[in-house]
Design a protein. Structure first.
Length: 129
């Protein structure tokens, strides 16, 4: 059972909040998140474990990669929180820089070792409509 304190603990770290913003609707693997945030994969995995234990993530295994995305049930409430606390993030904010790095990384996904998710990508297309 998830507890509210575990949930807020998972979100109460700057790095994990940045990760949540990256995987809000786009499923990413550990190596993609690590590259975007310029962090070691082991650190990214540790942070993802905290988010996973709090019940915030959906995941999909695709070959040897696991892709993570924020659970769709949490998107409305966390989107609202993001709007309240990131009222005017600006072009040079950390989250804006992360978003630009993510866009560049995703643009070259086919050229990398990561095949990309299948089920999570399809379910995102369905929920975006």
């Amino acid at each position: 059972m998830r507890s509210l304190t575990q949930w807020f603990h998972a979100l109460g770290d700057d790095t994990r909040w940045r990760m949540v913003q990256l995987i809000f609707t786009e499923a990413l693997c550990v190596c993609e998140i690590a590259e975007i945030l310029d962090m070691p994969q082991s650190s990214v995995s540790s942070h993802l474990q905290v988010l996973r234990k709090a019940g915030l993530l959906e995941s999909e295994r695709c070959e040897k990669w696991i892709y993570y995305r924020l659970g769709t049930a949490f998107q409305p409430v966390l989107g609202s929180l993001a709007e309240q606390f990131e009222a005017t993030p600006g072009r040079d904010s950390v989250l804006a820089k992360d978003a630009r790095r993510a866009a560049k990384r995703l643009a070259k996904r086919k050229e990398t070792c990561c095949p990309g998710p299948k089920e999570l990508a399809n379910s995102h297309e369905k929920t975006a409509r």
